[in-house]
Design a protein around this ligand. Sequence first.
Ligand SMILES: CC/C=C\C/C=C\C[C@@H](O)/C=C/C=C/C=C\[C@@H](O)CCCC(=O)O
Ligand SMILES: [Zn+2]
Length: 609
Amino acid sequence: MASVMDPCSFASLSKCTTKHLNLVFHVDFDRRVIKGKVSLTLEVLEDKLSCLTLDTKDLTITKVIANGQVASFSVGTKHSFNGTPLEIQLPLELFRGQHVIVEVTYETSPRASSLQWLTPEQTAGKKQPYLFSQCQATHCRSMIPCQDGPSVKHTYYAQVSVPKELVAVMGALHDGQEADPQDNSRTIYRFRQTVPIPSYLIALVVGAVESREIGPRSRVWSEKELVDQAAYEFAETETMLKTAENLVGPYVWGQYDILLLPPSFPYAGMENPCLTYTTPTLLVIAHEISHSWTGNLVTIKNWEHFWLNEGHTVYLERMIARCLESEQFRQFKAIGGWKEMQEAVNMFGETNPLTNLVPCLNEVDTDQAFSCIPYEKGFAFLYHLEELLGGPEVFMGFIKSYIQLFAYSSISTDEWKDHLYTYFKDKVEILNKVDWNGWMHTPGMPPVKNRYDTTLADVCITLCQRWVQANEADLASFNEADVKNLSSPQLIEFLALLLHEKPIPLSHVKRMQEVYNLNAIKNAEIRFRWLRVCLRAKWEEAVPLAFKMATEQGRLKFTRPLFRELHGFEKFRQETVSVFLKHRACMHPVAVALVSKDLNVDQPQSKAA
Ligand SMILES: CC/C=C\C/C=C\C[C@@H](O)/C=C/C=C/C=C\[C@@H](O)CCCC(=O)O
Ligand SMILES: [Zn+2]
């Protein structure tokens, strides 16, 4: 039975809460498992506590000790996606305010959904294996038995034993390393995270990685083949950090490192504290830096309030863009975001409750529920409030106050709304006119269509309409000058606009390639949209290019729609399934699960119980 407080966790969140984790990991690349021992320091929240439940997923539990005494335990019924509850009988009865240290010895599964194990061939260096974790939203439980919900925040100390040819990095401060006293072919790396964090922000990477300094509190990490290029690409990190601090206050995490992951990583980035993950396809990190305040400092009570993390982070990310670029650029990004929201609503269906800003997640797989809706409907809602309440400077005052009030805690949408009313106590009449139910608890597009400044978008709109309205005789009128002065974001917007129209004819697509040579563009955001324009026009020459992009990188934002479009191209439906089945051993476990469902093929069986 899921916790009353959190529909995505079995943990007994009301009985006790985790204050600290001590982690001992032994990373075994031969067996693709982590042999672990976690000591949870739990604060008792109610009298006469004699048992408690932790979240696990595909873990093999061998021993549980509570305050130094052996504790009996039982593994509950395996849920189809939320893992398996671990019920622990305490050898002593505890009372509110007391603490208990529960030590669990266990081993992960080779198919742990939080871990991707890469062969040397899947890395840039081709010589050493690679491991990375991705815990958001509910996958930490496949790496650590824990209270795997964002309402619980704890510090942690970790020691990680790895083969001495490899380096371990975590989303925490480094605390030294030494030869493993039990095996001189291995090294132990130590880490401490002294700011309380939710379990989804625990991050571990093990590989042949090295780093370069890119600022007074920042290093960039990657395989050596990529690290100098990455240091160049992320040279502006300190400028962005300072811009964010000027907007919302001090950065409390100490170090801000960036780790460039192999291209199989299924997301644009991940805001692990002290160690932002990013991918070779995404070099803009304003979003992940902003999470240092919204999401990592002010966290959500459970995943139904995910929009608080992402909506505020996108709002902050675009405020950084306003500072470093212009207000017109912020408006331009907002226009692009609105279209991405429209696309997500179209994909889910406009009556699908997963398009609610605050969805109900009872018996819902968060990976299946994930989309840009919390990001873009969240941003659009905050922008709507900004317009009603006095503009960007006024609303940033609220954002800063929201962060100061709720820092180090986990909150719900109601708590956010209460503070909004308190902060704008002299504008309650305006707030009372907001369509709260329409924005928060109604599926589909927002009840109000924000009006954004189209200065930077107009040229994209005009060019798109020229192609949409062109007949065969007009095709000669197009030439490379049409796009010569377009920035990459404007080229992305032009292609995104085309994707919101009926598919243009094959003759048009061929002419577009002839005059714009879009096949030659490597920028993933451009390439992704261009290939979808080609597939919708049924251009068969684009099919191998789409298979290449869908398999050479693993970002779900690109991989899923490309596989879906290829699967929708009747003539290539079978080939699409066979390409996926051939490639899935190299894919991240979450990506395998999601694309399997999209293509309606069976998933490989995960470990029993
Ligand atoms: C309503 C949905 C509730 C919870 C979903 C939360 C997480 C879902 C899980 O699949 C993990 C998502 C990780 C996202 C990581 C980074 C994002 O900021 C960017 C992802 C999209 C992209 O690649 O651009
Ligand atoms: Zn985010």
